[in-house]
Design a protein around this ligand. Structure first.
Ligand SMILES: [Cu+2]
Length: 173
């Protein structure tokens, strides 16, 4: 009886910790809080944001990403064209300087899932394999938040004001 209770407790603890696992280690790189946004059924693209900490003494570079959930994955940045924010492909990857952290976030650099194979629903996870120039590759799982969410820092899966989403011109995500 005791063992059974203990076992259940361990299982619950395990399930809980895996549900909130939000850090992925790859050599000197720590990838934190990967997250995505829910999509509607007609949306052909999705987005993934995360933070990458490089605790090594050598610059690394996120050179590409792949995902089973989309036909293609591209690295994008947001640039100001007049007073309109536009997405642009990043040609040489995302540089992760030594001893620093880079954040991919709304209105800035992001990972774009092109040609989504299915809708992304809140609470699901999206697998993305990241390829780095030096550290190699690793698969991370991004938790899907509401369409207008600001991510894990927003504390819950709900987005905030609908207006926030249009500010960065990223309505299609
Ligand atoms: Cu994009």
């Amino acid at each position: 009886m005791f063992l059974k209770i203990l076992f259940s407790f361990i299982m619950i603890a395990f399930i809980h910790s895996s549900a909130v696992a939000s850090e992925f280690q790859l050599g000197n790189l720590t990838i934190s809080d990967p997250w995505s946004r829910a999509t509607s059924s007609h949306q052909m693209s999705g987005v993934v944001y995360l933070r990458i900490l490089n605790s090594g003494n050598q610059t690394d570079r996120l050179i590409k990403a792949v995902s089973i959930h989309s036909e293609k994955v591209t690295l994008h940045d947001m640039i100001l064209d007049g007073d309109i924010m536009k997405m642009q492909s990043i040609k040489n990857g995302v540089e992760i300087p030594a001893n620093s952290e880079v954040e991919l976030k709304p209105g800035a650099k992001h990972i774009m899932l092109m040609g989504l194979k299915r809708r992304l629903d809140r609470g699901q996870t999206v697998s993305v394999t990241l390829h780095f120039q030096h550290a190699g590759m690793t698969e991370i799982k991004a938790l899907v938040f509401d369409a207008g969410s600001r991510g894990p820092k927003g504390k819950n899966l709900k987005g905030n004001m609908p207006g926030n989403n249009s500010k960065n011109g990223h309505k299609s995500h």
